[in-house]
Design a protein around this ligand. Structure first.
Ligand code: UTP
Length: 308
């Protein structure tokens, strides 16, 4: 029987401390910081929904209640908007949680690493493949092209192999990422499949978390989107904890790779590292310039400042 490789569940690990954004993140989640007018977590949830995901699982921690509230009914707000006939705003608020989207929440009691956060969601996922989206990586497909998770889901439906989004990074960034090595593989959906050397798909032979650039010639880095088979849970459970008791997702994937094929995909599109102040500012400027309401006046403002 043909297996079902459709992705219907996504995990959003949002239990990190967000220390790079202190003091903003002292009492509010990093994932609720808005890029222009939409919180980071909503960009990620919309990307997952567009890829066909309908069950969103948030791995939360202390100070993260705003995320639950954001994806819940805001009764008083909706009542007010209705009473004052602000229909456009009412539609906007209601569109945050479409009727066929379901949210689950599970707590990660301590920030014990991304692998540990994913493991906390195991009982809500069971024996099905699932996506992991790191909301602080704001990912966009090419203009009028599919989103990054949609691109990955379209490949996974053919291969059934765990898939990591990757991109090339400069030497001075290598130490900040999971770095992979792999061989070009046949991409089941791209027209360029004939040209293996051009393939955006790699079958991985090696993955290492945050190496020194001098320790590896590889420059292919994992971005914050994964599609994983449920076998990952077994490997995460049996990992020896790292230095601060942390369980790294990268180590789980390295173990998974020894048991079954794991692939990487050079996504089409752009990533903003919104976990860092600079990446967040870049995203804010670029998305503001495209915004239907403020784009034109914002561009005019930048011109007066001789910034453009
Ligand atoms: P980061 O290390 O980038 O996020 O983890 P952080 O720890 O929140 O931020 P800084 O470095 O202190 O500024 C990547 C993602 O994994 C989640 C984070 O919430 C973030 O979305 N994460 C990380 C967890 O959910 N649990 C963890 O134990 C660690």
């Amino acid at each position: 029987m043909q297996k079902n490789y459709k992705i219907t569940t996504a995990v959003f690990p949002v239990a990190g401390l967000g220390t790079r954004f202190l003091p903003a993140t002292k009492a509010q989640p990093k994932e609720m910081l808005p890029v222009v007018d939409k919180p980071l977590i909503q960009y990620a949830v919309e990307e997952a929904y567009a890829a066909g995901v309908r069950h969103m699982v948030f791995v939360t921690g202390r100070n993260k209640r705003a995320i639950e509230d954001h994806f819940d009914l805001a009764y008083e707000l909706e009542f007010e908007l209705q009473a004052t006939q602000k229909q456009a705003l009412l539609d906007l608020v209601r569109s945050i949680q479409p009727a066929d989207m379901h949210c689950s929440y599970v707590r990660q009691p301590r920030s014990l690493g991304l692998g540990h956060a994913v493991l906390c969601a195991e009982h809500l996922i069971g024996a099905q493949p699932f996506a992991v989206l790191l909301a602080d990586d704001l990912m966009r497909g090419e203009p009028s092209g599919p989103g990054v998770l949609t691109q990955m889901a379209d490949i996974f439906v053919h291969t059934g192999a765990s898939l990591l989004a990757v991109q090339t990074v400069p030497d001075d960034q290598v130490h900040r990422y999971g770095i992979v090595v792999g061989q070009p593989a046949v991409n089941p959906i791209e027209a360029d499949t004939g040209e293996l050397a051009q393939s955006r798909l790699l079958t991985l032979s090696h993955i290492v978390e945050k190496p020194r650039a001098s320790d590896t010639p590889a420059r292919t880095a994992v971005a914050g989107r994964y599609v994983l088979t449920p076998a990952i849970f077994h490997h995460l459970r049996h990992l020896p904890p790292g230095a601060q008791g942390e369980i790294q997702l990268t180590d789980g994937i390295a173990a998974l790779m020894r048991a079954e094929p794991v692939q990487a995909y050079r996504y089409r599109g752009k990533r903003y590292d919104c976990g860092s102040k600079l990446g967040f500012l870049e995203a804010s400027v670029e998305l503001a310039l495209e915004h239907p309401e403020v784009g034109a006046p914002f561009a005019a403002f930048l011109k007066t400042q001789q910034l453009l």
